[in-house]
Design a protein around this ligand. Structure first.
Ligand code: AKG
Length: 239
């Protein structure tokens, strides 16, 4: 597949700067949102490639002692020689970047957009409609280190991405794929919750202490009928 990848295609840098949003969450946590990271048409070409060529699976997870089907499709790609990813009792097979060359183009574009950052693994998620979701969790697995940077590229249907501050009982705030998150907690103050509508072709980056201090989720949405694909790039540390 020969895609003319165009990251951040807007020719006016001032206009781009206006659209990119950086949110300081406090205590060394921050989020950057780039709504037009990829050109619209190029992003649809990627969507079609990913939808049709990725070997999607919907694994069984073990959450709080119970088995449940992960409420979205997934696939994992990583550089050779990295420690295995295991979450909720599931160890995905690690495909190689060479198996899916367009993923390397997207990784290159992410590296270009975030100078000084390095990513060597990718978790892909496919939400086939509004019933598919990811519950409240943080990406605080040991293999990502204490302050992981996470770069997330979205394709297809727009979905809400919500961050909420951890309450402090962090041992209970693990990945909860069997518990659909509520739309909004009425108790939360504005500073304790942030919401982004992740657009087709957008990039969202979480930095610093975000995984230590915040949870994130993509909640169910009753009216959503079409597919969203998400690519989450992370750096797995060598043992
Ligand atoms: O789909 C998304 O935007 C988030 C995915 C996510 O949080 C995860 O895979 O850990």
């Amino acid at each position: 597949m020969n895609l003319m990848l165009k990251a951040n295609p807007n020719p006016n840098p001032k206009d781009d700067a206006k659209k990119t949003r950086t949110v300081d969450l406090g205590n060394g946590s921050s989020v950057i949102y780039v709504p037009r990271f990829l050109a619209y048409d190029v992003a649809w070409e990627f969507f079609n490639y990913l939808d049709n060529h990725i070997p999607w699976t919907r694994p069984t997870l073990r959450v709080f002692g119970r088995s449940c089907t992960q409420p979205r499709d997934t696939c994992y790609v990583a550089s050779a020689g990295l420690p295995d990813l295991i979450y909720s009792g599931y160890q995905p097979h690690a495909y190689s970047w060479d198996d899916f060359p367009p993923l390397k183009d997207i990784l290159d574009a992410v590296h270009k957009m975030l100078p000084g950052s390095t990513f060597n693994s990718l978790l892909l998620n496919r939400y086939k409609g509004g019933n598919d979701y990811v519950g409240w969790h943080s990406d605080d697995e040991k293999l990502y280190g204490s302050t992981p940077e996470i770069a997330s590229v979205s394709f297809g249907c727009e979905r809400d991405f919500i961050l909420k501050k951890k309450s402090g009982k962090s041992s209970q705030e693990r990945r909860s794929d069997d518990k659909p998150p509520l739309k909004r907690s009425r108790k939360s103050s504005q500073d304790d919750q942030h919401s982004f509508m992740l657009k087709h072709g957008s990039l969202l980056v979480m930095r610093g202490n975000t995984q230590r201090d915040w949870l994130h989720s993509v909640p169910k949405r009753a009216k959503v009928e079409t597919t969203r694909i998400n690519l989450t790039f992370r750096l797995v540390l060598q043992e």
